[in-house]
Design a protein around this ligand. Structure first.
Ligand code: HEM
Length: 478
């Protein structure tokens, strides 16, 4: 586990395991516990898709989630999860996305114009922290979909919320000592009331988490009150995600659970902004390393302007840009910012394998028996790089062309929500905001790339995939 938690660059170790041992293996977890590590397509499908809630998130992972964001949709299991998912899904439906879409573009344009003002004095190259720019932008976009100004764009100092979230995930990258890994494992055995005790620990990360939690709770309370006031005045109420959550809570006849609704908002804020910002970050990094592809993309976007009626892009405009689609998919494949998920077998079970595996005793097996309580890791990062069977021999190369030629994959697996990729996970716990994220990223790229040329940082710098809450690009000076 420590090797997995502190790799030199996320994925490298796992890719070598798969090459050496195959796509289903046993690794040692804390306290000598056995962990089943899966990349095998059929096995991953069994755990994520076909068996639904029979493989819940592991207790330690749930405890961490509760500590981080509370009892929102990411934390819930079973029926409670299914009913929350239904309401949030309505708020992220294709119809709702249509109304959010112009707001993304409005947000991107405002950010770009700020940049243009800052860089306008001369055309010489300027160095800027693109991650911070993207994290602010995605937070602002998310705020606009809730019709709430997080104050990210305000003049002068950063908003309280932006400050609370700034580099939160990056800081976690430095919190992976052996004892922290063991402690996190033990958290699975703690009663959940311990969450509030731990939230008050004096260490720096806990203080940061607490500040982020409290600031977003305050925002959540404002949004809930706004909806309640509308509903109590006999008006229809807002149809955005928060509005729907409050309305559905009232319809259920129970007393309104303000705290749980606040935690739902915290979940959406955290799940919905750093994820997209980090993926965009990787995409811009790849474009900076491939200036020829960046130029072709710029040309494709500028060409598309000839056929557009207004400054705003439509979904059809995006879909008519094949290189844009290919670059997005290839970045999602190559840089899945959540590298894996951890589940636990809810009962004794037999997991089928698509590729026969050799045991250490030399036996060939086509299925793996698991006992109730068995920890299971499904690796998104390693699945997205499976060689001949899925992605071909160049799986370890960032090459958008694969999605221009033959839909990217050699074999369809029925996994993932888009193009056979596990980046957004799969099944009923898959990412509920994937369409939102893709539309947002397309909006950012189509406004940013025609206006700016992106280059790698100057100097002798190496960028690596740091393991933190999310897989972040970090750099070291050589
Ligand atoms: C590129 C951006 C994104 C990536 C790569 C991503 C990835 C993921 C992954 C891998 C999961 C599954 C987690 C697990 O089971 O371990 C997930 C779940 C989730 N994501 Fe995303 N996500 C992205 C953007 C978003 C956005 C924009 C939103 C909201 C607007 C969002 C909301 C959620 C929620 C609520 C869940 C929990 C779903 C459930 O448990 O039913 N995500 N995401």
């Amino acid at each position: 586990m420590p090797e997995l938690a502190r790799p030199p660059s996320v994925g490298d170790l796992e890719f070598s395991w798969v090459k050496k041992f195959g796509t289903a293996l046993h690794i040692k977890g804390p306290f000598g516990r056995d962990v089943l590590y899966l990349v095998d397509p059929k096995a991953s499908q069994y755990v994520l898709n076909t068996s639904g809630y029979k493989f819940p998130k592991s207790p330690d992972m749930r405890f961490m989630i509760r500590l981080l964001v509370g009892r929102g949709i990411i934390w819930c299991e079973g029926e409670q999860h299914a009913s929350q998912r239904k309401v949030i899904k309505d708020g992220l439906s294709t119809n709702s996305l249509r109304t959010y879409f112009p707001k993304f573009q409005e947000s991107v344009r405002l950010f770009i114009s700020k940049w243009q003002d800052a860089f306008a004095q001369d055309a010489s190259p300027k160095k800027t922290n693109i991650h911070s720019f993207l994290a602010h932008l995605t937070l602002d976009s998310l705020g606009r979909t809730l019709d709430y100004d997080f104050g990210v764009l305000s003049e002068g100092s950063e908003s309280e919320l932006a400050k609370a979230y700034k580099n939160l995930f990056a800081e976690m990258a430095f919190e992976q000592s052996d004892s922290v890994i063991a402690l996190r494992d033990l958290m699975g055995y703690l009663p959940h009331w311990m969450v509030s005790v731990l939230r008050h620990s004096p260490d720096r990360l806990s203080r940061r988490l607490k500040a982020a939690f409290e600031t977003s709770s305050k925002v959540g309370k404002g949004l809930i009150d706004r909806q309640l006031t509308l509903l109590q005045a006999g008006e229809e109420g807002r149809r955005d995600i928060m509005g729907r959550l409050v309305a559905s809570n009232l319809q259920n006849g129970s007393e309104i659970k303000i705290e749980e609704l606040q935690e739902q908002l915290i979940t959406l804020l955290l799940a919905g902004h750093e994820t997209t910002a980090s993926t965009m970050n990787w995409l811009l990094y790849e474009l900076s390393r491939h200036p020829d592809i960046q130029n072709k993309l710029r040309k494709e976007i500028i060409e598309s302007q000839k056929y557009r009626r207004s400054e705003d892009f439509t979904v059809q405009d995006f879909e008519s840009m094949p290189l844009l689609q290919a670059i997005l998919k290839e970045t999602l494949r190559y840089h899945p910012i959540q590298a894996r998920t951890i589940r636990v077998a809810g009962q004794d079970d037999i997991i089928p394998l698509s590729e026969p595996q050799k045991t250490t005793g030399g036996k060939t097996i086509t299925e793996v028996a698991v006992e109730k309580g068995q920890r299971i890791i499904v690796s998104f990062a390693a699945f997205n790089r499976l060689l001949t069977s899925i992605w071909g021999e160049d799986a370890h190369v960032w090459n958008p062309e694969r999605f221009l030629n033959d839909n990217g994959t050699k074999t369809k697996t029925g996994l993932g929500v888009i193009s056979n990729l596990l980046t957004f996970s799969s099944g009923e716990r898959s990412c509920i905001g994937w369409r939102f994220a893709i539309l947002e990223m397309q909006s950012i790229i189509c406004v940013l790339i025609p206006n700016f040329k992106i280059s790698p940082p100057p100097g002798n710098v190496e960028i690596f995939r740091a393991a933190s809450g999310l897989m972040l690009p970090m750099y070291v000076f050589l």
